[in-house]
Design a protein around this ligand. Sequence first.
Ligand code: ADP
Length: 260
Amino acid sequence: TYIPHLVERGDLRAVRGFFALTSDISDRKAIERMKDEFISVVSHELRTPLTSIHSSLKILATGKLGDFSSKGQRMLHIADEQTDRLVRLVNNVLDLQRIQSGKVKMNKQACNAMDLIVEAVQTMQAMAQEQGVKLLLKPVNFVVWADRDYIVQTLTNLLSNAIKFSPPESLVWLLATQQRPQYITFEVKDCGQGIPHNRLETIFERFQQVDSSDSRKKGGTGLGLAICRQIVEGHGGEIWAESRLDEGSTFYFTLPELLK
Ligand code: ADP
């Protein structure tokens, strides 16, 4: 809302009228809800057949039921990779839906920030090595009030993006600092391709990817950051990103500190 600064100066005679714009958002909300419900039902229905296709492909790949020609092997590999992607997508949609609806109970307790960081780094070490990216962390001594598994998942998602969008031989840092009282800020910093300034907020929305071909090329679903945001907000924290194109990005999120 723009309040004419003339009013602020107290020069009321100069204000001859004002313009107000209102819109009814209840329809939009109902449509959003229907869309959410539709996505959730479809994902749920897809999960059972998908799991069965997935396990059948895994059994075929062992070769115990007979050998495939090299072309058959290649086809099997593609089918396996693509079902992996679908399973990931369906699981992400369901995860997001569950967290959003408030159905999951966060099991919050006192967690040592360093333990969370170390666990996330251990989980992502193999992917980092495969990509030739080096993960660095700095020892910290903070205690936060958090659901351990969900925060490790948040850190893992951010690390996985940092690795995915970084060139080989580059560094990714993970640290925690205190920038304001009662909150600890976690940071995941990379020297990767960066994010355009006008996308820094939208990337936290569902299915938003800077490059729409990324889901194919990099196996992403465009849901990771939306899940991170739900988790962090469920802890009373905030999440945001800063970035410079071709220089790198830093993702930040805050969690309440537990005073010792
Ligand atoms: P995805 O599964 O595509 O990684 P996310 O929700 O995790 O989905 O991220 C959304 C988009 O934000 C990504 O597709 C990418 O365009 C951008 N992004 C996220 N993290 C980074 C990063 N560290 N560097 C560059 N771009 C990023």
